[in-house]
Every structure is written in structure tokens, then in C-alpha cells.
Design a protein around this ligand. Structure first.
Ligand code: PLP
Length: 398
């Protein structure tokens, strides 16, 4: 459908759907596909030309996508305002494909210090092995990033708010500096989802989503999306295709289904997260809560300027306690279950170790750190769960 002129909430419901082409059926069909048959050599050659030109309009082979894939890509593109999107098997795939698309041996990559840990490891252990010079920068660098540019700087990679410590980056200032030098900008926008921040409208070239999180929303699939502006679509699509990244048909369909209710879920996640975060701020066991939606968070002003909402994910550092006390708190939570990932309907907690994932900045805290994902449960129950956790922490003191 034509997406122009509709608000984000209307696009969430309609983008990527075309019932008229599917017998009036509301949702697009799930194409299970490896082989695509051609009616003639001529048609086969036409798809080869399509691929070689970088148009990637037709369907040639399951790995390169199907109409179900295009439906999800069209929807996310309508929401973020890019040119086209590329689907990958997981969020990390969208990150690695986007970086490999623009970097080669000898190039300099600037990547934010508080980036998602596995993205950091990919740069340090894979890109560096292939001759890319990887440098980590302070998330609060803003326009000062220009002082870090080298003649060989090819990509600046951002994530905002950052992983584990939730600093808000001045994305427009960084993009402005990069544009002046023709440097490609890539940003992980998973926290904000396509609803709370629009990287491409701030001039970012490639916006990454781990669709595994809020877009799918049900903790039951892995998927990545890279939304690209026009000049940067072909390199990312080609890299994803050459590296063999593609999503499974049912996962793509479920991500598309999750997208339809994203606004309702995000609103509830954010409202409950703010209640839980405020409650935690007043607890004597808590040293600091890291959540940009809190008015006294250091990133609040920038978040208010650039974001239109928040998600339900935030960090906290506790005051000093023993490992035994920390484990007593987290081991038997009734609702905040221990587990990686986030963005699903359920609440989660993980212990975090930011100091092991920082090199440009020191991370200091008097006690252990946690990351909480506030799910769709009743926030009063969630607060009671944390309260019981703190009671166990104290009981384990002796
Ligand atoms: C901020 C962020 N980006 C990307 C990813 C990677 O996504 P996936 O697990 O789908 O590879 C994650 C996963 O936790 C994440 O937290």
C-alpha cells in the first residue's frame, strides 16, 4: 500500500500488507522457499540481471528473500523512512553485515565503547583479524568525534541508549561531523524500536534492529533488520546475501505480526519501567538507576530532545553486597526471571559486568550491576518481586 501521509501508528497496522493481492486475506502468506522456478531461460537471465544491477526486486532463491521477507522489510522501511531494508538471521547478523559491507583491510572503524557486547567482540576478534583498525570512543563524545577521525576512517558505529549503561548519544552531532567527511554512519536502534527514534531522519545511513526483541515481542524468534538509505542499501544487501544471512519464513511472519501491536506493548513497557525505576531509585540497596526516561538521568535532556518514547529496558547498580547476597536476590525471583535478551512480554533480569566491556571509559560501581527488562505484568507485582529479592539479599548477609 502507499504509505505516504500516514502517521506511525497507522503504518504499524497497515505497512507491508496488501490484502488485494492475497484474495482479501489480511496478512501476507508465509512463503516456505528454497527453489524459485523460472518459466524460461529469458526470465532466469532477467533475475540475474536484476541481482547484478543491485535492484534485488525479483525473487531468485530462498536465501535472498521471499514476498514474506519483503512485506516485513517494506513495513520497517515505511516506519523508519529509509529506502529499503535487509533481513538477517538475527540482530548480530544485521550488525556484522552492515560493518563488513563498508569496511576493508586498512580502514579505521570508530565504535561506541558501550556497544552491545557481541558487536564489540565481532569488531575486536573478526574485523581486526581481517585488518580493520578498531577504535572505541566515549558515548558522550558528540561533535568531538571529529577529533578522532583519521584519513582512513570509514565507518562510525553508534548505539543509543548504549548497552548496559544506557548513555544517550548525541546522534545528530555525530552524524553532522561524519557527513562532512563522507563517513558512513550505522546505528543500533533496537532499544528505541522504530517508534521512539528514527535514525534515518537524523541522517544515519543504516539503522539496525534486533527484531528478536520488541518487534517480535514474544521471546520466540531470532531476526535482524538493517534499514538503509538509498546509497547504502546495495552494499548491505549484497553482503548479507554473500555472507549467507537470511531469516526463516515463520520467524519473519511472526515478526510482522508482532509489529502490529508494538505501540501498545511499548507504551505499557515504558509506563511500567518508569514506575519500577522510580521505586528502585528510592531503595537503600540501589546505588544508581540508568534509565534515560528518568528526569534526573544524565541522558534525559538529550533523550527528551531526540526520542519520542522509551522502552522497558534499563540498568541499575547496587550498593556493595557479597556474591552470596546478590545470588540470593536473583536466584529465586518469581517474575524477573534470569535470562539474556529482552523485548518480550515477560520481565527479565541479568547480572551485568560493564567493566569487562569497556576500554575507552572506566566503569566504576560500589556493588554489582543488573539489567532489568520490565515486561507487561502488573507493575505492582513486579515491585513486590524486587522487594522480596532485596529481603533475601539482606537475609543472606550473615
Ligand atoms: C542492543 C542489541 N543489539 C543487538 C542484539 C543482537 O540481537 P540478536 O540476539 O538477535 O542477534 C542484542 C541482543 O541482545 C542487543 O541487546
Amino acid at each position: 500500500m502507499t504509505t505516504q501521509g500516514f502517521s506511525t501508528d497507522t503504518l504499524l497496522v497497515h505497512a507491508g500488507r496488501d490484502p488485494e493481492r492475497h484474495h482479501g486475506i489480511v496478512n501476507p502468506p508465509v512463503y516456505h522457499c528454497s527453489t524459485v522456478l523460472f518459466s524460461s531461460v529469458d526470465q532466469l537471465l532477467e533475475t540475474r540481471r536484476d541481482r547484478a544491477s543491485g535492484a534485488f526486486e525479483g525473487f531468485t532463491y530462498g536465501r535472498e528473500g521471499t514476498p514474506t521477507t519483503r512485506a516485513l522489510e517494506d513495513a520497517i522501511t515505511a516506519l523508519e523512512g529509509g529506502f529499503r531494508a535487509v533481513t538477517t538471521s538475527c540482530g548480530l547478523g544485521a550488525i556484522s553485515a552492515s560493518l563488513m559491507a563498508f569496511l576493508q583491510a586498512g580502514d579505521h572503524l570508530l565504535i561506541v565503547d558501550s556497544v552491545y557486547g557481541p558487536a564489540r567482540h565481532f569488531c575486536e576478534e573478526v574485523l581486526a583479524k581481517f585488518g580493520v583498525i578498531v577504535e572505541f570512543f566515549d558515548p558522550l563524545v558528540a561533535g568531538g568525534i571529529a577529533a578522532l577521525f583519521r584519513d582512513t576512517t570509514r565507518v562510525v558505529y553508534m548505539e543509543s541508549p548504549c548497552s548496559l549503561t544506557f548513555e544517550v548519544m548525541d546522534v545528530p552531532a555525530i552524524v553532522q561531523a561524519c557527513r562532512a567527511r563522507g563517513i558512513v554512519t550505522v546505528m543500533d536502534n533496537t532499544w528505541g524500536s522504530p517508534l521512539c527514534f528514527k535514525p534515518l531522519s537524523h541522517g544515519v545511513n543504516v539503522s539496525i534492529h534486533a527484531a528478536t526483541k520488541y518487534i517480535s515481542g514474544h521471546s520466540d524468534l531470532m531476526l535482524g533488520l538493517a534499514v538503509c538509505d538509498e546509497p547504502h542499501f546495495i552494499p548491505v544487501k549484497k553482503m548479507a546475501s554473500m555472507a549467507g544471512y537470511c531469516g526463516g519464513p515463520d520467524d519473519i511472519y511472526m515478526a510482522l505480526r508482532g509489529l502490529r501491536t508494538l505501540r501498545l506493548r511499548m507504551t505499557r513497557h515504558a509506563e511500567s519501567a518508569l514506575l519500577v525505576a522510580r521505586w528502585l531509585q528510592n531503595r537503600p540497596e540501589v546505588h544508581r538507576v540508568m534509565y534515560p526516561a528518568l528526569p534526573d538521568d544524565p541522558g534525559h535532556a538529550l533523550w527528551q530532545r531526540d526520542f519520542t518514547g522509551a522502552s522497558g529496558l534499563f540498568g541499575a547498580t547496587l550498593n556493595a553486597c557479597s556474591d552470596k547476597q546478590f545470588a540470593a536476590m536473583l536466584d529465586t525471583m518469581a517474575l524477573f526471571k534470569l535470562g539474556y535478551s529482552w523485548g518480550g512480554f515477560e520481565s527479565l533480569v541479568v547480572p551485568t559486568y560493564p567493566s569487562t566491556l569497556r576500554s575507552a571509559l572506566a566503569y566504576e560501581a560500589p556493588g554489582p550491576s543488573i539489567r532489568l527488562h520490565v515486561g507487561l505484568e502488573d507493575p505492582d507485582d513486579l515491585i513486590r518481586d524486587l522487594e522480596s529479592g532485596f529481603a533475601r539479599l539482606h537475609a543472606a548477609a550473615s
